[in-house]
Write a protein that binds this ligand. Sequence first.
Ligand code: GUN
Length: 283
Amino acid sequence: MTAQLIDGNALSRQLRADVAQRVQALRNRGLTPGLAVILVGDNPASQVYVRNKVKACEDTGMHSVLETWPATLSEAELLARVQAMNNDPTIHGILVQLPLPAHIDAQKVIEAISPAKDVDGFHVASAGALMTGLPGFWPCTPHGCMKMLEHIGYELRGKHAVVIGRSNIVGKPMALMLLQANATVTVCHSGTKDLAAFTRQADVVVAAVGKRNVLTADMVKPGAVVIDVGMNRNEAGKLCGDVDFDGVKDVAGWITPVPGGVGPMTITMLMVNTLDSAERQAG
Ligand code: GUN
């Protein structure tokens, strides 16, 4: 192994300790940051995610509300729940767990969240703010990746960053954040011809596809930083990312593991966004 590990668990612990201190300072002024998490249906992965989010609130001293609804909840009913949270002064962040059942228009629900409480950063107002460099909530997963790069002291200016994946949740916002940090950014996706030709030129690769072994050792420039956003399972049911970790770790300069890399950072940045929202309200 030549690569140094970027430990998302350790960095999360550090950042959450800082969050807990800031939460305590706010509580001393009479304001407890609050996060509302709404889950519709019984997707097992989503159930684990929302539990982890609520637990992270408890661990950092924040208030949280978890609403779980059956998959039969109507779109109108869900919109009414979002509206109730928009109007609830004890709630500073609202998160509607995705995916939603097919009969609900997810984008419509996201747009119903007040941009002031959009701690997921999925609202068009948040996306527009990121695009134009204005203040707003950044989506938690790419924001966590940026924190990891910051943590290792990596200077992005002038570097070539290749993002694999173009989702609204990770790929696109990731590319914008890297651009804002003055990297030269290439976005690759399922329509890209000869992916390896791009990744071999990259100083930083962010893999966010949702498919195993998208990035193998022969596709990586020696010394590159490799960030693995993937969350997949292999034949044995073991959690693995998009990167062939065992091969790439011998070529890369830095690499994030799965599990214990980007995953915990996503929840940490949700805590940071919720706290930022409450601090904004406190003035
Ligand atoms: N489903 C998978 N990841 C996420 C996330 O970051 N936020 C929400 N709301 N749903 C998700």
